[in-house]
Design a protein around this ligand. Structure first.
Ligand code: 5GP
Ligand code: ZN
Length: 114
């Protein structure tokens, strides 16, 4: 547990949240302030801030995150209409929560990236 990390607290059940998916590597929730009709967050169980911390032994975690994102997009019915996966990293990307997470966005035209 990293102190004061909202996603660690959700992972540990300290903050109640609907868990859409959970496996040995990651879990998924709905974003509290959705930017699109579907806006999910796929979050590694382990607290990483940056992809740089996900050294080769954690590549199964990346695999699990992208597999979960793919399956959740299918469950949300947005594979045909399209969706976007985003990982914000650091200040210029506007990363607000320093526990790395993969946004899954879809359900409307999303416009150009950035
Ligand atoms: P970032 O800007 O770090 O890539 O994205 C952080 C995301 O986490 C934001 O989209 C924000 O709405 C979401 N978020 C922040 N706090 C909570 C929370 O307590 N619960 C949930 N479900 N989402 C949160
Ligand atoms: Zn954390």
């Amino acid at each position: 547990m990293v102190d004061d990390c909202i996603f660690c607290k959700i992972r540990d059940g300290e903050i109640p949240s609907e868990i859409l998916h959970r496996d040995d590597h990651c879990f998924a929730i709905r974003d509290i302030a959705p930017a699109a009709p579907t806006h999910l967050l796929v979050i590694p169980l382990e607290h990483f801030t940056f992809l740089q911390g996900m050294t080769p032994e954690f590549h199964p975690t990346l695999d699990a995150m992208f597999t979960a994102a793919r399956d959740l997009a299918a469950a949300e019915g947005i594979v045909g209409s399209g969706y976007r996966l985003t990982i914000n990293q650091g200040a210029d990307a506007g990363q607000a929560v320093d526990h790395l997470h993969l946004h899954v966005l879809g359900g409307k035209p999303l416009g150009p990236v950035g």
